[in-house]
Every structure is written in C-alpha cells, then in structure tokens.
Write a protein that binds this ligand. Structure first.
Ligand SMILES: [Zn+2]
Length: 70
C-alpha cells in the first residue's frame, strides 16, 4: 500500500493522489541498424515533465514534490 509519496516523495499538487504519474525520463539506448534497445537505468530530475494519471494535472516533478500537509 505504499504510494509514490512514500517511495519517491511525489504526489499531485492538484488532487493530492500519489498512485501514478507519468514522467519524462532519460534512458540510454543502444542504436543499431535493427532499431533501438534501452540499455540502462532511467533517470529523472526535479525539472522533468510530470502528469498526474488521476486528474491530468501537468507540471515539473518539483511541483509534485512540493506537497503541503493538509
Ligand atoms: Zn492529480
């Protein structure tokens, strides 16, 4: 029953949910003539674009970190 708040310190500043967000990550990929293959760990920063899967609110990851206790 852990959510994003517990694991990543992230929750939606609009609806307060922390079940799922979409975030733009950087992942190294190996390009060959056959296409691309992801080959490393994904990375994101407080500046990464984020979207709440519950209400559709969008912002930077740092907006999703700046949660105030209610
Ligand atoms: Zn939301």
């Amino acid at each position: 029953m852990s959510g994003l708040r517990e694991v990543y310190g992230l929750s939606c500043p609009q609806c307060g949910r922390d079940s799922a967000v979409e975030i733009v990550v950087k992942v190294p990929a190996r390009l060959t003539a056959h296409g691309e293959e992801l080959c490393g760990e994904s990375e994101w920063t407080p500046e990464s674009a984020c979207r709440c899967c519950s209400c559709g609110h969008t912002g930077d990851a740092c907006d999703f970190m700046a949660e105030e206790a209610q």
